[in-house]
Design a protein around this ligand. Structure first.
Ligand code: DGL
Length: 265
């Protein structure tokens, strides 16, 4: 019997590992290819036109090389900007990442929550539409942080990070008008669940955190419900577009997600 085609999980960097973890929890033996566009990283500070052109082309190359059963764009920035373009370009099921605004609106008791994402994501009309559709009775604060993306990357490379760095980011978010009412934070960048504990510890008060990774994993399991996965997990592949510079330091973190083979595009 032919081996099942892998699930291809894509992000600019290591953020999509938060999604990979949720997919592995649900489908522990599904073969995974994790692709990080390290040559294009970070996406959150790049012009949207560049992301809109780059992501479909890159996913086309990756799809040719790995022949995945489906693709997960485990990146809010790429999804909010390029999801339609990818779906138009590829003849494969593509699951995107949607900021968890709907769950936040149902959780928030104060009717005020923050969307913490990249600078590019928080200004996307996609976010405005979700807020209008699901949170019209809530104050929705938008806060972008490129620094927090770097901190998540550094954490996974095993670097020590001073807790004050997280505290400064949380304080800046909560200093926005109405921030004192916020009781819930949408982690609208896939890097951020990787540092959720640090953010919670650095927050000036108890806050609820929500993200979309479990929803994505359920969607993937549903779309792949006719696939018979192997009995045992296989070695997952991590592929980087930007050479091997960072991948050595990331080896232990990648291995903890079952990604033991490292390749470059
Ligand atoms: N992980 C990505 C996201 O979910 C973005 C990180 C970056 O700026 O490249 O938005």
């Amino acid at each position: 019997m032919a081996a099942p085609r892998p699930i291809l999980i894509f992000d600019s960097g290591v953020g999509g590992l938060s999604v990979a973890g949720a997919i592995r929890a649900l489908l522990p033996t599904a073969p995974l290819v994790y692709a990080a566009d390290s040559a294009g990283f970070p996406y959150g500070t790049k012009p949207p036109d560049l992301i809109a052109a780059r992501v479909p082309a890159l996913l086309g190359r990756l799809a040719e090389r790995y022949d995945p059963a489906l693709i997960v764009i485990a990146c809010n920035t790429a999804s909010t900007i390029a999801l339609d373009g990818v779906r138009a370009a590829l003849d494969l099921p593509v699951v995107g990442t949607v900021p968890a605004i709907k769950p936040a609106a149902s959780l928030s008791k104060t009717r005020a929550f923050a969307v913490l994402g990249t600078d590019a994501t928080v200004v996307q009309p996609y976010v405005d539409n979700l807020a209008a559709q699901f949170a019209s009775d809530c104050l929705v604060i938008r806060h972008g942080s490129a620094e927090l993306v770097d901190l998540a990357e550094a954490k996974l490379r095993g670097e020590a990070i001073a807790p004050e760095r997280y505290a400064t980011i949380m304080a800046a978010m909560l200093a926005r008008p109405g921030g004192e009412r916020v009781d819930t934070v949408v982690l609208a960048c896939t890097h951020f669940p990787l540092v959720q504990e640090e953010l919670a510890a650095a927050a000036p008060r108890e806050l609820m955190f929500v993200d979309g990774k479990e929803g994505i994993a359920r969607r993937v399991a549903y779309l792949a419900s006719d696939v018979s996965w192997p009995d045992r997990p296989s070695d997952g592949i991590a592929i980087f577009t930007g050479g091997g510079a960072d991948s050595d330091a990331l080896r232990p973190a990648l291995a903890s997600y079952g990604l033991t083979r490292i390749e470059t595009l």
